[in-house]
Design a protein around this ligand. Structure first.
Ligand SMILES: *Cc1c(COP(=O)(O)O)cnc(C)c1O
Length: 387
């Protein structure tokens, strides 16, 4: 039997357009934050279809989440509610600011943060909610928005998986939350290698984030109000961060963004093929978006049903033996030593996330997969889960 090449879990889709744009940047003499980062921000606002949005390019989504919470004055004594079924970045940024994280369970029907669990976790110290659009399916933003309004809470969306995703027919990034933060990490729906975009309608938040993105330098603001100041002059108004996106990365982003809708269509096509081909197996296919809504399909997270002949870990091993890479999204925060110990968390408090975690694996879903690659994954899963 000839061994087929290894099919990785994820691969970026970088074309000649991206390469040419990066080369252009390299030849231009301007490699760090400059004209292309600025254009990427403008193009992002245009992509979201709302020129009144402030888009702030940063070197990771983690940085963008940190900046958004900082600008919203989250600090010691405050609590921020996050779902347990997410990557640690969603929660760690809260700790950067000395605030505390309240970790809550998910809704097993959507795998997104459970609004009832959010409501039940609110205390007088609660300041904000960070919903995650898990896998590219929008969280219940109507319910979360209503809770936030009732309790005067800020909402910062972790939109790392959500380009493009809709909620109520509106693209994530254009909702009424305080901010939404996208990721352009290597395996996300578009990539700049490392990068992110903080999107907000709040001019004060945007201005603070722009200053804190680059060392707390106020030069832009200063220049606007002061005549006859030489351009070398700047003032430091706060101990800021080094979170700016380079023009090399932004060059990638400019070209990737143009392909974002086509990428989404291909991912959706793969997801629909998986759904159709795996439905007869003892599995639970991922939750679908409501009719008329867009699912970004960053992840295809399959759950094994009660009748599965193989446990999750064994299935991943067997797929790996057949040259197919899989992953698990996520080991819930309540199972991670740091979060578990800091907040004295027990698995029993997160029954839905627990049940999902134990049975879940993410199959490869990316635009560089050929139809034959997709069929190969399907063939292997069908073979291994055949009763
Ligand atoms: C990838 C990811 C992040 C962090 O994105 P970076 O750009 O790598 O900082 C945050 N939250 C979730 C849910 C993610 O998947």
């Amino acid at each position: 039997m000839t061994r087929e090449p290894f099919l990785p879990f994820a691969l970026p889709d970088i074309g000649e357009e991206e390469i040419a744009e990066v080369v252009d940047t390299l030849r231009s003499g301007w490699v760090t934050t400059g004209p292309k980062a600025k254009r990427f921000e403008a193009d992002f606002a245009a992509f979201l279809g709302d020129p009144s949005l402030h888009c702030i390019a940063v070197n990771s989504a983690t940085a963008g989440l940190h900046l958004a919470l900082e600008a919203l004055h989250i600090g010691p004594g405050d609590e921020v509610i996050v779902p347990t079924h997410t990557f640690t970045a969603t929660a760690e940024v809260v700790r950067y600011l000395g605030a505390d994280v309240t970790i809550v369970d998910i809704d097993p029907a959507t795998l997104n943060i459970d609004p009832r669990a959010v409501e039940a976790a609110i205390t007088p110290r609660t300041k904000a909610i960070i919903p995650v659009h898990y896998g590219g399916l929008a969280a219940d933003m109507a319910a979360i928005g209503a809770i936030a309004l009732r309790h005067d809470l800020r909402v910062v969306e972790d939109a790392a998986h959500a380009l493009p995703t809709t909620s109520g027919r509106h693209l994530i990034g254009t909702l009424t939350s305080d901010a939404a933060v996208f990721s352009f990490y290597a395996n996300k729906t578009i990539t700049t290698g490392e990068g992110g975009m903080l999107v907000t309608r709040d001019a004060a938040l945007a201005q603070r984030a722009q200053v804190m993105r680059l060392h707390g330098m106020s030069r832009d603001a200063f220049d606007r109000f002061t005549a006859n100041v030489p351009s070398w002059y700047y003032e430091i108004v706060a101990p800021g961060f080094k979170y700016n996106l380079t023009d090399i990365a932004a060059a990638l982003g400019l070209q990737q963004l143009k392909k974002a809708h086509a990428f989404q269509r291909r991912r959706e096509q793969i997801a629909m093929r998986y759904n159709e081909a795996l439905a007869s197996l003892p599995v639970i296919t991922p939750p679908a978006a409501p009719a008329g809504e867009t699912h970004a399909w960053h992840l295809y997270a399959l759950r094994l049903g009660d009748g599965s002949p193989l446990a999750r870990d064994r299935l991943i091993e067997r797929l790996f033996e057949r040259g197919i890479g899989c992953s698990v999204h996520y080991i819930p925060l309540h199972r991670q030593p740091y979060w578990r110990e800091r907040y004295g968390l027990r698995n029993e408090r997160f029954p839905h996330s627990e049940r999902v975690y134990e049975r879940q694996l993410s199959l490869p879903i990316y635009t560089r997969m050929s139809d034959a690659d997709v069929e190969r994954v399907i063939g292997a899963v069908r073979d291994l889960l055949r009763l």
